[in-house]
Design a protein around this ligand. Structure first.
Ligand code: 9RB
Ligand code: ZN
Length: 372
């Protein structure tokens, strides 16, 4: 029997070559020492895949094979110039950069990026075709910072936006909602769908974290798209409590108002309490809780059709436990493996909603009224 949850992983996702820079490239002249591994080294995601495999969960998921995204799939959301620059730099002996100088890829890296976008497409096709109820595409490199004309923040092509436009334009899905719970702003989908009302883009992120000055609550789209970009910037330091509140008060009401036919989740585990690239304090049970909010809304609104697409997450220790919790919830299959860090992180805080956090969420909640 096939399980209700599809799963995409490809060994090449673990081959993305991010080099020895940190965030900026290493430089002797600038006294920026090479590091053993770039912060976005793919081993962190491979460790999530390994936990899914060794926990026994993998056998209870439905495998979905990633295919290479085709040129037309990429060009639905990106300029030809961006696409062609990536192909050109991918042929260079030492590879190239997605666009901001901090997002290196190795020779041949375009193939892995196309496989990541194609993995998101394959998961979307399986869910829309009803082969599975929901799906997790554990793709790499990530995509949510890639804008129409350029990559950035480790992202080459915008995997989730490619999947959203594939759903709309190839599969004929009417309304697609993107929920971005990566701790950084989902600026790519914002840029790509800014003037459109057929794709709702809700991004919950640490206020003013990355990209710089991106994702304020008053960036709301324009023209037909006004109101369909919804940013929920959270003050640093919040954890499970503010995420639970934000999903209950903003994300779920926005989904209800929009009434999507399909929900895509841009899933970063970098809001975690152990992440080096942000300062939020979400634990694995917090991720399970926000996933529950979205899955319940999907049951209510669109027959449970949810496609989760991997974005960031940089703690090799903790990302696997966050991902396992989300996949257990999606599949309804429990492995019995518990978050091994709970004895350490369980008492660190983030469980109480503070006034300034509530106020930040309430500002965003008021904007749901403009979605219909
Ligand atoms: C660059 C720098 C970054 C790049 C990416 C992130 C997070 C990405 C993510 C944060 C900071 C610096 C391009 C520093 O997880 N998204 O979901 N900083 N990038 N220097 N330079 C040149
Ligand atoms: Zn991120």
């Amino acid at each position: 029997m096939t399980s209700r949850t599809g799963y995409v992983w490809d060994a090449l996702y673990g081959w993305a070559d991010t080099g020895t820079g940190g965030l900026a490239p290493s430089s002797v002249a600038d006294r920026l020492q090479p590091v053993a591994a770039h912060v976005a080294h793919p081993d962190t995601k491979r460790r999530l895949h390994e936990l899914i495999a060794t926990s026994g969960l993998l056998k209870r998921l439905t495998p979905i094979e990633a295919q290479l995204a085709q040129e037309e799939d990429i060009l639905r959301v990106h300029d030809r110039a961006h696409y062609e620059r990536i192909l050109k730099e991918s042929a260079w002996p030492k590879g190239g950069d997605a666009g901001d100088g901090g997002s290196p890829f190795g020779q041949g890296g375009h193939e892995i990026a196309l496989l990541a976008a194609g993995g998101a497409i394959a998961a979307t096709r399986a869910v829309v075709a009803g082969e599975v109820r929901n799906a997790y595409a554990l793709v790499n490199p990530p995509g949510h910072h890639a804008e129409r004309a350029n990559g950035k923040g480790f992202c080459i092509f915008n995997n989730v936006a490619v999947a959203a436009s594939y759903a709309r334009e190839v599969l004929g899905v009417g309304r697609v909602a993107i929920v971005d719970w990566d701790v950084h702003h989902g600026n790519g989908a914002q840029d790509i769908f800014w003037s459109r009302s057929d794709v709702l883009n809700v991004s919950v992120h640490q206020d003013n974290c990355f990209p710089p000055a991106s994702g304020p609550v008053d960036a709301r789209g324009e023209g037909d798209g006004f109101g369909y970009t919804l940013n929920v910037p959270l003050p640093p330091g919040g954890g499970n409590a503010v995420y639970d509140y934000a999903f209950g008060e903003v994300v779920v009401p926005a989904l209800r108002a929009f009434n999507p036919d399909l929900i895509l989740i841009a899933s970063g585990f970098d809001a975690s309490i152990m992440d080096p690239l942000a300062r939020m304090m979400v634990r694995s049970d917090g991720y399970e809780r926000i996933a529950q909010h979205v899955l319940d809304a999907a049951d209510e609104l669109c027959d449970g059709r949810v496609v989760v697409v991997q974005e960031g997450g940089y703690s090799p220790y903790y990302v696997p436990f966050c991902g396992l919790k989300v996949l257990e919830l999606m599949s309804g299959e429990r492995t019995g493996i518990e978050d091994a860090y709970m004895p350490i992180v369980g008492g660190m805080g983030g469980d109480v909603l503070r006034d300034h956090e509530r106020e930040a969420v309430d500002v965003a909640a008021a904007l749901v009224a403009d979605i219909s």
